[in-house]
Design a protein around this ligand. Structure first.
Ligand SMILES: *Cc1c(COP(=O)(O)O)cnc(C)c1O
Length: 410
Protein backbone atom coordinates (compact mmCIF):
# COMPACT_ATOMS: atom_id res chain seq x y z
CA UNK A 1 0.00 0.00 0.00
CA UNK A 2 1.32 3.45 -0.84
CA UNK A 3 0.61 6.83 0.73
CA UNK A 4 0.32 7.75 4.40
CA UNK A 5 -1.56 5.46 6.79
CA UNK A 6 -4.80 7.43 7.42
CA UNK A 7 -5.03 6.14 10.97
CA UNK A 8 -1.51 7.30 11.72
CA UNK A 9 -2.30 10.73 10.24
CA UNK A 10 -5.35 11.01 12.42
CA UNK A 11 -3.54 9.85 15.54
CA UNK A 12 -1.33 12.88 15.14
CA UNK A 13 -4.35 15.17 14.77
CA UNK A 14 -6.21 13.71 17.76
CA UNK A 15 -3.53 14.43 20.32
CA UNK A 16 -3.41 13.07 23.81
CA UNK A 17 -6.54 11.08 24.71
CA UNK A 18 -5.05 7.55 24.86
CA UNK A 19 -8.45 5.98 24.24
CA UNK A 20 -8.54 7.61 20.81
CA UNK A 21 -5.04 6.62 19.74
CA UNK A 22 -6.18 4.52 16.82
CA UNK A 23 -9.46 6.26 16.16
CA UNK A 24 -10.36 6.20 12.45
CA UNK A 25 -12.46 9.38 12.55
CA UNK A 26 -11.65 12.14 10.07
CA UNK A 27 -9.84 15.09 11.57
CA UNK A 28 -12.47 17.72 10.76
CA UNK A 29 -12.77 18.76 14.41
CA UNK A 30 -10.05 19.84 16.81
CA UNK A 31 -8.50 17.20 19.05
CA UNK A 32 -11.17 15.93 21.48
CA UNK A 33 -10.05 15.95 25.09
CA UNK A 34 -12.95 14.28 26.89
CA UNK A 35 -15.04 11.18 26.14
CA UNK A 36 -18.56 11.53 27.51
CA UNK A 37 -20.44 8.33 28.26
CA UNK A 38 -23.59 9.43 30.09
CA UNK A 39 -25.82 12.40 30.83
CA UNK A 40 -28.75 13.38 33.01
CA UNK A 41 -30.48 16.76 32.97
CA UNK A 42 -27.81 19.48 32.90
CA UNK A 43 -25.02 17.02 33.76
CA UNK A 44 -22.59 14.92 31.73
CA UNK A 45 -20.30 12.13 32.94
CA UNK A 46 -16.98 11.23 31.30
CA UNK A 47 -15.47 7.76 31.16
CA UNK A 48 -13.46 8.39 34.32
CA UNK A 49 -16.74 9.08 36.13
CA UNK A 50 -16.18 12.86 36.44
CA UNK A 51 -19.31 15.02 36.36
CA UNK A 52 -19.62 18.17 34.24
CA UNK A 53 -22.25 20.92 34.28
CA UNK A 54 -23.31 21.18 30.64
CA UNK A 55 -23.96 24.81 29.69
CA UNK A 56 -23.75 24.11 25.95
CA UNK A 57 -26.34 21.32 25.38
CA UNK A 58 -24.53 19.84 22.39
CA UNK A 59 -24.81 23.24 20.77
CA UNK A 60 -28.40 24.07 21.64
CA UNK A 61 -29.64 20.54 20.92
CA UNK A 62 -30.51 18.94 24.27
CA UNK A 63 -32.87 21.74 25.28
CA UNK A 64 -34.73 19.44 27.68
CA UNK A 65 -31.47 18.17 29.20
CA UNK A 66 -29.83 14.79 28.78
CA UNK A 67 -31.76 11.54 29.03
CA UNK A 68 -35.10 13.29 29.58
CA UNK A 69 -37.26 10.42 30.91
CA UNK A 70 -40.34 11.17 28.81
CA UNK A 71 -38.35 11.59 25.60
CA UNK A 72 -36.38 8.43 26.40
CA UNK A 73 -39.66 6.56 26.89
CA UNK A 74 -41.03 7.80 23.55
CA UNK A 75 -37.85 6.74 21.73
CA UNK A 76 -37.74 3.38 23.43
CA UNK A 77 -41.41 2.66 22.79
CA UNK A 78 -41.15 3.69 19.14
CA UNK A 79 -38.07 1.47 18.67
CA UNK A 80 -40.19 -1.51 19.65
CA UNK A 81 -43.11 -0.43 17.46
CA UNK A 82 -41.92 0.86 14.07
CA UNK A 83 -38.57 2.44 13.22
CA UNK A 84 -38.88 3.26 9.59
CA UNK A 85 -40.94 3.02 6.42
CA UNK A 86 -40.53 4.81 3.12
CA UNK A 87 -41.91 8.31 2.60
CA UNK A 88 -44.10 6.72 -0.06
CA UNK A 89 -46.35 5.92 2.91
CA UNK A 90 -47.74 7.94 5.79
CA UNK A 91 -46.77 7.29 9.40
CA UNK A 92 -48.36 8.28 12.68
CA UNK A 93 -46.30 11.08 14.22
CA UNK A 94 -45.07 13.21 11.29
CA UNK A 95 -48.45 14.89 10.59
CA UNK A 96 -48.91 15.63 14.30
CA UNK A 97 -45.43 17.19 14.62
CA UNK A 98 -45.98 19.19 11.41
CA UNK A 99 -49.30 20.45 12.80
CA UNK A 100 -47.73 21.47 16.11
CA UNK A 101 -44.89 23.33 14.41
CA UNK A 102 -47.34 25.05 12.10
CA UNK A 103 -49.40 26.14 15.10
CA UNK A 104 -46.31 27.52 16.88
CA UNK A 105 -45.52 29.45 13.70
CA UNK A 106 -48.96 30.99 13.41
CA UNK A 107 -50.66 28.45 11.13
CA UNK A 108 -51.34 28.26 7.41
CA UNK A 109 -48.07 26.57 6.52
CA UNK A 110 -46.60 23.20 5.60
CA UNK A 111 -43.53 21.28 6.74
CA UNK A 112 -40.80 19.23 5.04
CA UNK A 113 -38.92 16.94 7.43
CA UNK A 114 -35.22 16.17 7.11
CA UNK A 115 -32.33 15.14 9.36
CA UNK A 116 -30.26 18.21 10.17
CA UNK A 117 -30.02 21.97 10.12
CA UNK A 118 -28.06 22.11 6.89
CA UNK A 119 -30.72 19.97 5.22
CA UNK A 120 -33.49 22.24 6.51
CA UNK A 121 -31.65 25.22 4.99
CA UNK A 122 -30.98 23.24 1.80
CA UNK A 123 -34.73 22.65 1.49
CA UNK A 124 -35.36 26.38 1.92
CA UNK A 125 -32.76 27.21 -0.74
CA UNK A 126 -34.22 24.74 -3.22
CA UNK A 127 -37.68 26.11 -2.51
CA UNK A 128 -36.36 29.61 -3.32
CA UNK A 129 -35.02 28.35 -6.65
CA UNK A 130 -38.40 26.81 -7.46
CA UNK A 131 -40.18 30.02 -6.42
CA UNK A 132 -37.75 32.22 -8.31
CA UNK A 133 -38.09 31.04 -11.91
CA UNK A 134 -41.87 31.18 -11.60
CA UNK A 135 -41.52 34.87 -10.77
CA UNK A 136 -39.56 36.19 -13.74
CA UNK A 137 -36.13 34.62 -13.59
CA UNK A 138 -35.36 35.15 -9.94
CA UNK A 139 -32.80 32.83 -8.39
CA UNK A 140 -30.46 34.77 -6.07
CA UNK A 141 -30.43 34.46 -2.28
CA UNK A 142 -29.26 37.35 -0.12
CA UNK A 143 -27.90 36.50 3.32
CA UNK A 144 -25.86 38.31 5.95
CA UNK A 145 -22.16 38.52 6.65
CA UNK A 146 -21.33 36.66 9.85
CA UNK A 147 -24.21 34.24 9.31
CA UNK A 148 -24.02 30.46 9.59
CA UNK A 149 -26.39 28.21 7.65
CA UNK A 150 -24.65 24.82 7.56
CA UNK A 151 -21.95 22.89 5.74
CA UNK A 152 -23.49 21.39 2.61
CA UNK A 153 -22.28 23.22 -0.50
CA UNK A 154 -25.41 25.36 -0.92
CA UNK A 155 -25.79 26.09 2.82
CA UNK A 156 -22.09 26.95 2.87
CA UNK A 157 -22.57 29.31 -0.08
CA UNK A 158 -25.35 31.05 1.90
CA UNK A 159 -23.13 31.22 5.01
CA UNK A 160 -21.62 34.71 5.23
CA UNK A 161 -18.11 33.68 6.21
CA UNK A 162 -15.67 34.08 3.30
CA UNK A 163 -12.90 32.12 5.07
CA UNK A 164 -15.12 29.02 5.14
CA UNK A 165 -15.81 29.39 1.39
CA UNK A 166 -12.24 29.63 0.29
CA UNK A 167 -11.18 25.96 0.30
CA UNK A 168 -14.34 24.81 -1.52
CA UNK A 169 -14.48 26.90 -4.67
CA UNK A 170 -16.35 26.91 -6.91
CA UNK A 171 -19.51 27.10 -4.80
CA UNK A 172 -23.04 27.14 -6.24
CA UNK A 173 -23.87 30.47 -7.86
CA UNK A 174 -26.50 33.00 -6.89
CA UNK A 175 -25.53 33.85 -3.32
CA UNK A 176 -24.87 37.40 -2.08
CA UNK A 177 -23.92 38.68 1.32
CA UNK A 178 -24.68 42.00 2.95
CA UNK A 179 -23.66 43.46 6.29
CA UNK A 180 -25.90 42.23 9.11
CA UNK A 181 -28.49 44.44 10.78
CA UNK A 182 -28.01 47.07 8.06
CA UNK A 183 -31.34 48.00 6.44
CA UNK A 184 -29.82 50.14 3.68
CA UNK A 185 -27.47 47.33 2.60
CA UNK A 186 -30.34 44.85 2.45
CA UNK A 187 -32.56 47.30 0.59
CA UNK A 188 -29.85 47.82 -2.04
CA UNK A 189 -29.13 44.08 -2.44
CA UNK A 190 -32.72 42.93 -3.07
CA UNK A 191 -32.75 43.53 -6.82
CA UNK A 192 -35.04 42.02 -9.48
CA UNK A 193 -33.07 38.73 -9.69
CA UNK A 194 -33.46 37.95 -5.97
CA UNK A 195 -35.77 35.09 -4.96
CA UNK A 196 -35.18 35.07 -1.21
CA UNK A 197 -33.58 36.76 1.78
CA UNK A 198 -32.17 34.34 4.38
CA UNK A 199 -31.45 35.66 7.89
CA UNK A 200 -30.90 34.53 11.46
CA UNK A 201 -32.86 36.49 14.07
CA UNK A 202 -29.86 35.99 16.35
CA UNK A 203 -26.61 35.00 14.63
CA UNK A 204 -25.52 32.01 16.69
CA UNK A 205 -22.21 30.80 15.28
CA UNK A 206 -21.48 34.40 14.30
CA UNK A 207 -20.98 35.24 17.98
CA UNK A 208 -24.56 35.44 19.36
CA UNK A 209 -25.45 38.70 17.62
CA UNK A 210 -29.16 39.60 17.79
CA UNK A 211 -30.75 41.42 14.86
CA UNK A 212 -32.66 44.53 15.86
CA UNK A 213 -36.45 44.46 15.79
CA UNK A 214 -36.35 47.30 13.24
CA UNK A 215 -34.07 45.30 10.94
CA UNK A 216 -36.31 42.23 10.91
CA UNK A 217 -39.39 44.40 10.31
CA UNK A 218 -37.65 46.24 7.49
CA UNK A 219 -36.56 42.91 5.98
CA UNK A 220 -40.19 41.78 6.04
CA UNK A 221 -41.32 44.98 4.36
CA UNK A 222 -38.65 44.87 1.67
CA UNK A 223 -39.44 41.23 0.86
CA UNK A 224 -43.20 41.77 0.78
CA UNK A 225 -42.88 44.86 -1.40
CA UNK A 226 -40.72 43.02 -3.97
CA UNK A 227 -42.35 39.59 -3.92
CA UNK A 228 -39.28 37.98 -2.35
CA UNK A 229 -39.37 35.14 0.20
CA UNK A 230 -38.23 36.05 3.72
CA UNK A 231 -36.56 32.94 5.11
CA UNK A 232 -35.49 32.86 8.78
CA UNK A 233 -32.95 30.25 9.86
CA UNK A 234 -34.07 29.21 13.36
CA UNK A 235 -31.94 26.05 13.52
CA UNK A 236 -30.16 27.31 16.66
CA UNK A 237 -32.59 29.94 17.95
CA UNK A 238 -35.92 28.14 17.55
CA UNK A 239 -38.11 26.12 19.92
CA UNK A 240 -37.97 28.35 22.97
CA UNK A 241 -34.20 28.87 23.14
CA UNK A 242 -34.37 32.67 22.78
CA UNK A 243 -37.41 33.26 24.98
CA UNK A 244 -40.01 32.98 22.22
CA UNK A 245 -41.04 29.83 20.36
CA UNK A 246 -39.07 31.26 17.45
CA UNK A 247 -36.66 34.18 17.81
CA UNK A 248 -38.17 36.20 14.94
CA UNK A 249 -41.47 36.35 16.85
CA UNK A 250 -39.94 38.98 19.16
CA UNK A 251 -40.12 41.32 16.14
CA UNK A 252 -43.76 40.41 15.46
CA UNK A 253 -43.02 39.37 11.87
CA UNK A 254 -44.25 36.39 9.91
CA UNK A 255 -41.60 34.88 7.61
CA UNK A 256 -42.40 32.88 4.46
CA UNK A 257 -39.98 30.09 5.34
CA UNK A 258 -38.45 28.93 8.65
CA UNK A 259 -35.72 26.31 9.03
CA UNK A 260 -35.24 24.47 12.32
CA UNK A 261 -33.44 21.44 13.67
CA UNK A 262 -31.15 21.29 16.72
CA UNK A 263 -33.60 21.17 19.65
CA UNK A 264 -36.44 19.47 17.79
CA UNK A 265 -35.40 15.90 18.68
CA UNK A 266 -33.50 16.72 21.90
CA UNK A 267 -30.59 14.79 20.40
CA UNK A 268 -32.35 12.52 17.92
CA UNK A 269 -31.41 13.92 14.50
CA UNK A 270 -34.35 15.72 12.89
CA UNK A 271 -34.71 18.95 10.95
CA UNK A 272 -37.72 20.71 9.46
CA UNK A 273 -38.39 23.39 6.90
CA UNK A 274 -41.71 25.20 7.36
CA UNK A 275 -43.15 27.38 4.61
CA UNK A 276 -46.40 29.23 4.10
CA UNK A 277 -48.81 27.21 1.96
CA UNK A 278 -48.24 29.69 -0.87
CA UNK A 279 -44.44 29.29 -0.77
CA UNK A 280 -44.65 25.54 -0.19
CA UNK A 281 -46.75 25.20 -3.35
CA UNK A 282 -43.57 25.94 -5.33
CA UNK A 283 -42.55 22.32 -4.74
CA UNK A 284 -44.17 19.64 -6.88
CA UNK A 285 -44.05 15.89 -6.19
CA UNK A 286 -40.53 14.71 -7.05
CA UNK A 287 -38.85 18.09 -6.51
CA UNK A 288 -37.32 17.26 -3.15
CA UNK A 289 -36.98 14.16 -0.98
CA UNK A 290 -34.99 12.38 1.70
CA UNK A 291 -35.03 8.76 2.85
CA UNK A 292 -35.12 9.37 6.59
CA UNK A 293 -36.97 12.68 6.78
CA UNK A 294 -39.98 12.50 9.09
CA UNK A 295 -39.45 8.82 9.91
CA UNK A 296 -41.24 7.31 12.91
CA UNK A 297 -38.35 7.30 15.43
CA UNK A 298 -37.35 10.92 14.83
CA UNK A 299 -40.91 12.21 14.79
CA UNK A 300 -41.86 10.17 17.88
CA UNK A 301 -39.01 11.94 19.69
CA UNK A 302 -40.00 15.35 18.30
CA UNK A 303 -43.66 14.79 19.20
CA UNK A 304 -42.76 14.13 22.84
CA UNK A 305 -40.21 16.98 22.87
CA UNK A 306 -42.87 19.45 21.72
CA UNK A 307 -45.37 18.07 24.22
CA UNK A 308 -42.94 18.57 27.12
CA UNK A 309 -41.80 21.96 25.80
CA UNK A 310 -45.37 23.24 25.63
CA UNK A 311 -46.32 21.86 29.02
CA UNK A 312 -43.24 23.39 30.68
CA UNK A 313 -43.57 26.65 28.69
CA UNK A 314 -39.88 26.59 27.82
CA UNK A 315 -39.80 30.09 26.26
CA UNK A 316 -40.74 31.57 29.64
CA UNK A 317 -38.16 29.38 31.40
CA UNK A 318 -35.50 30.54 28.93
CA UNK A 319 -36.32 34.20 29.56
CA UNK A 320 -36.18 33.74 33.32
CA UNK A 321 -32.97 31.70 33.48
CA UNK A 322 -31.33 33.93 30.86
CA UNK A 323 -32.03 36.98 33.00
CA UNK A 324 -30.57 35.18 36.03
CA UNK A 325 -27.34 34.41 34.12
CA UNK A 326 -27.09 37.98 32.87
CA UNK A 327 -27.64 39.57 36.28
CA UNK A 328 -25.07 37.22 37.85
CA UNK A 329 -22.42 38.07 35.26
CA UNK A 330 -22.94 41.68 34.23
CA UNK A 331 -20.56 44.15 35.88
CA UNK A 332 -18.39 41.40 37.40
CA UNK A 333 -14.59 41.57 37.08
CA UNK A 334 -13.35 40.47 33.65
CA UNK A 335 -16.85 40.58 32.11
CA UNK A 336 -17.27 43.23 29.41
CA UNK A 337 -20.93 42.45 28.85
CA UNK A 338 -23.60 39.81 28.19
CA UNK A 339 -25.57 39.72 24.93
CA UNK A 340 -28.15 37.43 23.37
CA UNK A 341 -31.72 36.44 24.13
CA UNK A 342 -33.22 33.94 26.52
CA UNK A 343 -30.78 31.08 27.00
CA UNK A 344 -28.61 31.79 23.96
CA UNK A 345 -26.03 34.11 25.49
CA UNK A 346 -22.51 35.32 24.79
CA UNK A 347 -20.38 36.59 27.64
CA UNK A 348 -17.85 39.08 26.28
CA UNK A 349 -14.60 38.83 28.26
CA UNK A 350 -11.45 40.84 28.92
CA UNK A 351 -9.42 37.61 28.71
CA UNK A 352 -9.09 35.00 25.90
CA UNK A 353 -12.31 32.95 25.71
CA UNK A 354 -10.52 29.81 24.52
CA UNK A 355 -8.47 29.73 27.71
CA UNK A 356 -11.55 30.24 29.86
CA UNK A 357 -13.39 27.42 28.04
CA UNK A 358 -10.43 25.05 28.56
CA UNK A 359 -10.09 26.06 32.22
CA UNK A 360 -13.84 25.52 32.77
CA UNK A 361 -13.73 22.09 31.14
CA UNK A 362 -10.89 21.12 33.46
CA UNK A 363 -13.02 22.26 36.40
CA UNK A 364 -16.10 20.38 35.18
CA UNK A 365 -18.15 22.91 33.20
CA UNK A 366 -18.88 22.66 29.46
CA UNK A 367 -19.12 25.92 27.48
CA UNK A 368 -17.77 27.04 24.11
CA UNK A 369 -15.68 29.97 22.94
CA UNK A 370 -17.97 31.36 20.23
CA UNK A 371 -15.45 34.11 19.36
CA UNK A 372 -11.85 34.64 20.57
CA UNK A 373 -13.25 36.92 23.29
CA UNK A 374 -16.72 35.53 24.05
CA UNK A 375 -18.07 32.44 25.80
CA UNK A 376 -21.38 30.99 24.54
CA UNK A 377 -23.93 29.73 27.06
CA UNK A 378 -26.77 27.55 25.78
CA UNK A 379 -27.81 25.35 28.72
CA UNK A 380 -30.84 23.14 29.02
CA UNK A 381 -34.03 25.23 29.07
CA UNK A 382 -34.93 23.23 32.20
CA UNK A 383 -31.74 24.39 33.99
CA UNK A 384 -32.39 25.02 37.71
CA UNK A 385 -31.61 28.23 39.62
CA UNK A 386 -28.90 26.35 41.55
CA UNK A 387 -27.30 25.21 38.31
CA UNK A 388 -27.38 28.75 36.90
CA UNK A 389 -25.74 30.07 40.09
CA UNK A 390 -23.13 27.31 39.98
CA UNK A 391 -22.40 28.15 36.34
CA UNK A 392 -22.07 31.85 37.11
CA UNK A 393 -19.64 31.30 40.00
CA UNK A 394 -17.60 28.74 38.02
CA UNK A 395 -17.34 31.14 35.07
CA UNK A 396 -16.28 34.07 37.28
CA UNK A 397 -13.70 31.92 39.09
CA UNK A 398 -12.32 30.73 35.77
CA UNK A 399 -12.10 34.27 34.37
CA UNK A 400 -10.16 35.28 37.51
CA UNK A 401 -7.73 32.35 37.14
CA UNK A 402 -7.12 33.09 33.46
CA UNK A 403 -6.72 36.83 34.18
CA UNK A 404 -4.12 36.03 36.84
CA UNK A 405 -2.25 33.69 34.50
CA UNK A 406 -2.41 36.17 31.60
CA UNK A 407 -1.30 38.98 33.93
CA UNK A 408 1.67 36.91 35.12
CA UNK A 409 2.82 36.19 31.59
CA UNK A 410 2.67 39.90 30.64
C1 LIG B 1 -26.13 24.58 13.48
C2 LIG B 1 -26.75 25.45 12.46
C3 LIG B 1 -26.98 25.00 11.14
C4 LIG B 1 -26.50 23.65 10.67
O1 LIG B 1 -27.10 22.59 11.33
P1 LIG B 1 -26.49 21.12 11.18
O2 LIG B 1 -27.47 20.26 11.91
O3 LIG B 1 -25.14 21.17 11.82
O4 LIG B 1 -26.41 20.82 9.74
C5 LIG B 1 -27.66 25.83 10.27
N1 LIG B 1 -28.07 27.06 10.65
C6 LIG B 1 -27.85 27.52 11.90
C7 LIG B 1 -28.37 28.88 12.25
C8 LIG B 1 -27.17 26.76 12.84
O5 LIG B 1 -26.92 27.24 14.05
Amino acid sequence: MSGPDPVAVHRHAVGADPGLERCPIMGTYGPPSVTFVRGEGSWLVDREGRRYLDLLSGLAVTSLGHAHPEVAEAISEQSRTLLHVSNLFATEHAPVVAGQLDELLGGGGQVFFCNSGAEAVECALKLARRWGPAAAGRFAVVSALGSFHGRTLAALAATGQPAKHEPFQPLPEGFRHVSFDDVAALDAAVTTDVAAVLLEAVQGEGGVQPASVEYLRAAREICTERGVLLMIDEVQTGLGRCGDWFAHQAAGIRPDVVSMAKALGNGVPIGACWATAEAAASFRPGDHATTYGGQPLATAAARRVLEVMRREDVPALARRAGARFASGLEGEPGVVGVRGRGLLLAVELEVPAGEVAADLLASGVVVNAVTPTAIRLAPSLLVTDDEVDLGVSALLASIARVAERTGESN
